[in-house]
Design a protein around this ligand. Structure first.
Ligand SMILES: C[S@@+](CC[C@H](N)C(=O)[O-])C[C@H]1O[C@@H](n2cnc3c(N)ncnc32)[C@H](O)[C@@H]1O
Length: 196
């Protein structure tokens, strides 16, 4: 689709693809990133009331931040390629990390329930993630671990299995899900924060 708006990118190697229509724009990569690579440390965040544009950053009712950058245009995917990792108590370590290799031209996507317990604005997901990631157990059960989840309302409405299949989930979401389920959820080993 033809971009209809231009602006100076807030981060090198990333570019917003503006598209006409409400919420149709997206963030694209303009370079390759390796799995585990940090795209950026998050700076310039401001506390805000929960909104479609905010990220949850903790367990409290006021723990929401505006990104104030092109990362606003990161769309949700049920098979995301980045994570917003805001789990450190040191806010200078909050960052965006690649969950798998990202190629030049790929859309940057994250799993919104990785930060959001209850979305301010639920939506029908159009990520189109298909039944591609079959595991041995899921083949036996005839289910798939990463297929599109449909309406995205937040982590509160997802099972432990659905959450733990998405690469990385922030600490307060794991805590809230553990309280809900009265069971412990292990962070996927491959996605754990490498020393940060
Ligand atoms: C923070 S904005 C992301 C950028 C947005 N696409 C835009 O153009 O402003 C979040 C909104 O984008 C839309 N969105 C994000 N991911 C989506 C997806 N996988 N399917 C459908 N809509 C999505 C939803 O309307 C959601 O409330």
């Amino acid at each position: 689709m033809t971009p209809h708006k231009r602006q100076t990118p807030s981060h090198s190697g990333l570019e917003v693809e503006f598209s006409p229509g409400e919420y149709q724009s997206s963030l694209k990569s303009r370079k390759a990133f390796k799995s585990g690579e940090i795209l950026t440390f998050l700076q310039g965040l401001t506390r805000s009331r929960k909104a479609y544009s905010t990220l949850q950053c903790g367990i409290g009712p006021d723990d929401h931040v505006e990104l104030n950058s092109d990362f606003l245009y990161v769309n949700h995917s049920c098979d995301p390629n980045i994570a917003f990792d805001l789990s450190s108590s040191d806010t200078s370590k909050w960052h965006v990390r690649a969950l798998r290799p990202i190629a030049d031209g790929d859309r940057i996507t994250c799993f919104y329930p990785s930060t959001e317990w209850e979305m301010d604005q639920p939506f029908q997901c159009e990520c189109g993630t298909k039944l591609l990631h079959w595991s041995f157990v899921s083949v036996l059960l005839m289910t798939c671990s990463k297929s599109c989840l449909g309406v995205i309302r937040g982590a509160r409405y997802l099972s432990r299995k659905q959450l733990s299949a998405r690469g990385f989930i922030n600490s307060w979401i794991l805590t809230l899900a553990e309280h809900r389920d009265k069971t412990k959820i292990d962070q996927p080993v491959a996605s754990q924060n490498k020393g940060l």
